[in-house]
Design a protein around this ligand. Structure first.
Ligand SMILES: Nc1ncnc2c1ncn2[C@@H]1O[C@H](COP(=O)(O)OP(=O)(O)OP(=O)(O)O)[C@@H](O)[C@H]1O
Ligand SMILES: [Mg+2]
Length: 210
């Protein structure tokens, strides 16, 4: 379970997140709301990437910004995938294994399954910077999925994908939901609403559950 308690954030002097206290359980949770309303900011705050100016973020009752061993262990269970795919130097395979390598994981079985499932086999030797936008998005998604996170936070994960890829990604997310993964998606996609267990509407730093 993810819980935020009176979380506030500002990048400069303008408040972007204003006293947000929410609870996110297992299943699929959406962050919706207008451009610039704070969805990406909230997604990064609950992922451990952006310490809020005030307030607390608990994951399974662990304060993820405490800076201690318990927090470090908990952070290893979270994967955040950026809205603009992050592509590293080198070929696609090197990109796909990056998450596993930095976490010191040696089990590549899931990665191989995901490579097959998302049709990446023909791309593994290609320079990752030469990929199309949708290919980059799938690569950055699979890189995160391969570490088998308990908490998966996705920022606009479908934006560059074709219809078939969208269906494949959604069907995989539904499988993860059945396995008990907590999935949070910041998105404008109407299509995803029917799969959501919970929707938070974010409006200029304030959050309402709908
Ligand atoms: N690095 C930053 N420095 C300064 N201001 C920022 C930064 N990142 C975001 N902001 C500001 O914070 C506010 C919220 O931005 P955020 O990216 O969280 O919105 P969003 O809801 O994800 O929008 P979108 O729908 O366009 O993705 C915006 O006003 C934005 O200008
Ligand atoms: Mg955003």
């Amino acid at each position: 379970m993810i819980e935020t308690i009176e979380v506030e954030h500002a990048y400069n002097k303008d408040p972007v997140v204003r006293g947000v206290s929410i609870r996110i359980d297992r299943g699929i949770t959406l962050f919706r709301g207008p451009n610039g309303s704070g969805k990406t900011t909230m997604a990064k705050i609950i992922s451990g990437l952006l310490p809020p100016k005030r307030g607390t973020v608990l994951i399974d009752d662990v304060d993820i910004y405490a800076g201690d061993n318990k927090a470090r262990e908990k952070l290893r269970e979270i994967v955040y995938i950026h809205d603009t795919p992050v592509i590293l130097k080198g070929n696609v395979y090197r990109n796909l294994t990056y998450g596993l390598r930095i976490m010191g994981k040696t089990n590549y079985t899931l990665l191989s399954e995901l490579i097959d499932r998302f049709g990446l086999k023909r791309l593994v030797h290609k320079d990752a910077h030469e990929l199309s936008a949708g290919e980059k998005q799938i690569v950055s998604l699979v890189r995160g999925l391969a570490v088998s996170p308990s908490y998966l936070i996705l920022d606009e994960p479908l934006q560059y994908l074709d219809d078939e890829r969208r269906r494949e990604v959604i069907s995989y997310l539904l499988e993860l939901r059945n396995e008990g993964v907590t999935i949070v998606i910041a998105t404008h996609e109407q299509d995803l609403m029917k799969y959501a267990d919970k929707i938070f509407y974010i409006k200029y730093g304030y959050v309402e559950e709908t």
